[in-house]
Design a protein around this ligand. Structure first.
Ligand SMILES: C[S@@+](CC[C@H](N)C(=O)[O-])C[C@H]1O[C@@H](n2cnc3c(N)ncnc32)[C@H](O)[C@@H]1O
Length: 269
């Protein structure tokens, strides 16, 4: 059984860890520029991690969880016990969108965790005008991930956690690091994680940058993506494996499995 994560997250790798693990770099430190729910960190045993993502709310939550203030758990648990009604959800969502800049980092983390576990399917979607805009999920009894927060805090003691665009994270990759990239999938119009989106040009720029880092520094690189990205990675000389992945969140509501790729460049010692 894979370890669960604090957040529900579109594209979480919890369900495919057994297939992914053999293809991950065998290094002391793993760099993850698209960390999302941190499913990979929570299910691997690197000595160190560099955890990064462009989503500020996500990284803020991890920084709070890393230092594990007990009042954070107590406040978040209070929200879960008290506010599982539709009107409370929309009040909290409005407050989050309009007054976030006046909240403490811990307050933002409590609100974000609450929204993630009470919104529809754990989606994380923002509109440029109104901010976080996922509707109420209407779940009977949303799970409070206390156990997962504590496990994260333990694991994250040897981690650097940082809010960055992927290009800036790659600039922090040292000789000897392994890199695992799990960007928004090519051709996946539905799963939008932050306002700017991730275009085909971004997909190409990422693949080329990973090839460059492997050529220039010898870092082993592993990438997850949709089947639509297979040619892109094959053309750059990656070894591409196909796997069947359960799909929990799809545009048409389908929950069938889908073929995905794991593209690999071996490291040079
Ligand atoms: C497929 S998800 C990663 C899922 C993760 N591996 C997991 O198991 O939960 C893609 C992630 O990329 C992040 N992201 C999107 N655009 C980005 C960018 N330009 N730079 C860095 N991260 C980005 C999103 O916030 C999202 O968390």
């Amino acid at each position: 059984m894979a370890n669960k994560t604090i957040l529900k997250w579109a594209g979480s790798k919890v369900g495919i860890m057994e297939q992914l693990r053999p293809h991950l770099p065998k290094t002391k430190r793993l760099v993850e520029p698209f960390a999302g729910s941190c499913a990979v960190m929570m299910n691997t045993d690197y000595e160190q991690y560099l955890i990064a993502d462009v989503n500020q709310d996500l990284i803020n939550l991890y920084l709070i969880a890393q230092s594990l203030p007990l009042d954070f758990i107590a406040n978040a648990e209070y929200y879960f016990q008290t506010f599982n009604q539709k009107h409370s959800y929309y009040n909290i969502r409005d407050k989050f969108n309009t007054t976030k800049k006046y909240m403490t980092p811990q307050g933002v983390a409590v609100n974000f965790l609450y929204l993630n576990r009470h919104c529809y399917n754990g989606l994380c979607r923002y509109s440029e005008k109104t901010g976080f805009n996922v509707p109420f999920g209407n779940y009977k009894n949303p799970y409070f991930p206390k156990k997962e927060i504590i496990s994260f805090a333990n694991k994250a003691q040897e981690s650097e956690i940082i809010c960055l665009e992927w290009q800036d994270t790659l600039s922090l990759v040292d000789f000897g690091d392994g890199v695992y990239c799990d960007p928004p999938y090519k051709g996946d119009g539905f799963t939008r994680y932050h306002a700017a989106g991730f275009s085909d040009a971004d997909q190409e720029a990422l693949a080329v940058a990973l090839k460059d880092i492997n050529d220039s520094q010898g870092n082993p690189v592993t990438v997850s993506n949709s089947l639509a990205a297979k040619e892109l990675y094959l053309d750059l000389g990656f070894t591409v494996h196909e796997i069947e992945a359960p799909r929990k969140i799809a545009a048409n509501g389908s929950r069938k499995s889908a073929t995905e790729i794991i593209a690999v460049l071996a490291g040079v010692k």
